[in-house]
Design a protein around this ligand. Structure first.
Ligand SMILES: C[S@@+](CC[C@H](N)C(=O)[O-])C[C@H]1O[C@@H](n2cnc3c(N)ncnc32)[C@H](O)[C@@H]1O
Length: 287
């Protein structure tokens, strides 16, 4: 019988089938360097029950408050959300309504990252939604931010200073430029290589830049709404310790399978730096 060989060392993640409040209550203060998650949007997905906006906010208030307790003083929280859509078809941007909950803990907003993608529902009574956001907050004034590991190729790498003492020298950073706060990354639809049975995964490549920029190797990264474990995979791939929980046993099993596949070298993930569109194809691959 052939046996999978673990070619790489990965930190063992700590995951559980549990309600996040129960899971978090067992963890010490200040223990997480990064908390990154995508909570339910209260839109009636299979894993949630539609609640009034007030009840939804109350539940978020409790979870966010526990997350702040777990957050390291130099740590970050990244809350990835889209819109809640009312039965009447009005959209409520969740980042706008959740922002005051984070501010009530005196967290500092560092970026509101726009995650743009091309695929999704085609709306008939409004423009189709093609972005979601990530609110990145830090606990304090001082925080970890490693820019070099997440730099992207400069548009004009050979551009030179044209005057002053550095005239003739390259003007850009040879490691590339700051990726900015608009990220174009395909969402996980049925034909995405990371797709599992979970109805709304975010891509591993959306989490990896956050892990690289906001933590150092060996740090703890936690997802209180783990789903199919995309955060856990991003943390493991980048030598961090993943923590996560989900109330649905089915999703915890999917996460365990992905972890096993990562160990055996069989997990497919879309490379973080891969351009969203193939520029060789007509209409740059999204015509
Ligand atoms: C938007 S999904 C997260 C998907 C995840 N980012 C991924 O890439 O797979 C939200 C998840 O939260 C889980 N969930 C909802 N309420 C929860 C709770 N109170 N405690 C833990 N997990 C919960 C749901 O089962 C669902 O899998």
């Amino acid at each position: 019988m052939s046996q999978a060989i673990d070619l790489f060392h990965y930190y063992d993640p700590i995951i559980a089938c549990a309600s996040n409040l129960n899971f978090m209550r067992g963890l010490p203060d200040d223990s997480m360097k990064l908390i990154v998650t995508s909570p339910p949007y209260n839109i009636g997905k299979s894993y949630e029950r539609r609640a009034s906006l007030n009840n939804y906010m109350e539940a978020q208030r409790e979870v966010i408050s526990e997350c702040v307790r777990l957050l390291d003083p130099f740590g970050s929280i990244c809350w990835q959300v889209g819109n809640h859509v009312t039965k009447e078809g009005e959209i409520i941007p969740l980042d706008i309504v959740l922002y005051p909950l984070f501010k009530s803990h005196n967290l500092r907003l560092r970026n509101r990252i726009i995650w743009h993608f091309e695929h999704g529902l085609h709306c008939s009574k409004r423009f189709s939604g093609r972005y979601e956001t990530i609110l990145w907050f830090t606990k304090g004034e001082e925080y970890i931010f490693n820019l070099d590991p997440v730099r992207v190729p400069s548009k004009y790498p050979n551009k030179k200073h044209f005057k002053g003492p550095k005239v003739g020298q390259l003007s850009g950073n040879p490691l590339g430029k700051n990726p900015g706060d608009v990220w174009v990354i395909p969402n996980v639809k049925w034909n995405h290589i990371e797709k599992t049975l979970h109805p709304c995964q975010f891509p591993v490549g959306l989490v990896e830049p956050l892990v690289l920029a906001m933590t150092n190797p060996g740090d703890n990264v936690f997802d209180p709404y783990m789903g199919a474990g995309s955060t856990i995979i991003a943390a493991m791939k980048r030598d961090r310790v993943g923590y996560g929980c989900d109330i649905e046993e089915e999703y915890v099993q999917i996460t365990k399978k992905r972890i096993k596949d990562l160990h055996s070298g069989n997990l497919k993930t879309r490379p973080m730096a891969k351009p969203a569109y193939d520029t060789i194809l007509p209409y740059v691959g999204h015509g």
